[in-house]
Design a binder for this molecule. Structure first.
Ligand SMILES: [Zn+2]
Length: 351
């Protein structure tokens, strides 16, 4: 495999100074603490920008243009599950959680209407249809008018540190894509925990929420039912053996190759089957080079089949995106001299 990207990380390109990175974090903190969050859109925008910076950005301080449609597609993915009812025995209305303090958020309503009229089980399955393109246009318009317009209003003034607005896109300013890549887990965790709190504190959601305590999983994670389907299909594709230790067993679990704690978005190529012992032991670690080589080889070779499973079970799948995420994850970890998981009890440096 070509690991030239290790050199890119350590190489010659210009990156923001430590002081500039600290300044970025301070401003992100102000944004979370002083902004008016009248709906959950701003959290979704921050998560979308961090995700897109990882998939499309570089490890230098260059600007990055993102179209409103690219951002809108990420919004649809984020809000897809949230536009379905949060199941509870007590709910006596539709059970769909409110994402703002007025009437239901326009993007939720647009996705609900789309799902009522079409039978697609996920954005991934819908993406080639004409109707989906119309949905993206509608969501892009709302995203441009609302969160893109207001995200950089902080504490009653303007703090335009993230992007410039263009007609149908935004341009992340110099150093911003770099900082979003570098601090992605932090931005993600903050945005997701504030988003969950926002839903909990909205009085209109109280009868829907009831006594259940799995809100964060419902908002951001793939359902157990879907993961069970993923497990079944991967057993057909790869056979009943652990990806890491090759042990033959039927007791396999779905493991996130790039840990969910590092990149909390489910993509089909990132799923492998692991025996309970490897899965528990690997936990939130990145796997060592021997596993990375195998993962790249297997997912590249089986990419078409993996995409088909994704369409069937309703999980997004894109090989290039998953490879870009792994490149980012490993690049950041190598840079910070992390250790990598090989087998239960053995961690080593990358090479
Ligand atoms: Zn194993």
């Amino acid at each position: 495999m070509d690991y030239s990207w290790e050199c890119e990380v350590l190489g010659m390109s210009k990156i923001p100074s430590a002081e500039e990175q600290l300044d970025f974090l301070t401003k992100v903190q102000r944004l979370f603490n002083e902004s008016d969050f009248s709906s959950t859109y701003k959290y979704a925008l921050l998560i979308s920008l961090a995700d897109l910076a990882i998939e499309l950005g570089k490890d230098d301080d260059s600007e990055l243009e993102l179209t409103n449609r690219q951002i809108a597609e990420r919004f649809i993915e984020l809000y897809w599950q949230q536009s379905s009812p949060y199941k509870t025995s007590k709910a006596n209305d539709s059970g769909v959680l409110y994402q703002n303090h007025g009437t239901q958020a326009a993007i939720i309503k647009a996705i609900q209407a789309f799902r009522d009229e079409n039978s697609f089980n996920s954005p991934n399955a819908a993406k080639h249809s004409k109707e989906y393109k119309k949905l993206v246009t509608a969501v892009a318009s709302t995203v441009a008018k609302q969160p893109i317009n207001y995200l950089q209003n902080v504490g009653g003034g303007a703090l335009p540190f993230l992007y410039e607005r263009n007609t149908s896109s935004i341009t992340l300013k110099i150093g911003v894509a770099y900082c979003l890549r570098r601090f992605q887990p932090l931005v993600q965790q903050l945005a997701r925990s504030r988003w969950t709190d926002y839903i909990k504190k909205n009085a209109k959601n109280m009868p829907i929420l009831g006594e259940k305590d799995d809100l964060s999983s419902f908002l951001f994670e793939t359902s157990r039912k879907t993961l069970a389907l993923v497990c079944k299909e991967l057993k057909v594709l790869y056979g009943c053996k652990c990806f890491y230790c090759n042990k033959a067993t039927t007791e396999l679990e779905v493991d996130h190759f790039i840990p969910f704690s590092l990149y909390p978005r489910d993509l089909m190529h990132n799923f492998v089957l692991a025996c309970p012992s490897c899965n528990r032991s690997k936990s939130d670690s990145l796997a060592a080079k021997v596993h990375l080589d195998k993962w790249i080889e297997l997912t590249t070779k089986n990419s078409d089949a993996i995409v088909r499973i994704g369409e069937q079970v309703g999980v997004s799948a894109n090989l290039e995106t998953s490879l870009a995420i792994s490149k980012w994850g490993y690049g950041t970890a190598i840079d910070s001299e992390a250790t990598f998981w090989i087998t239960p009890l053995i961690h080593k440096t990358f090479v």
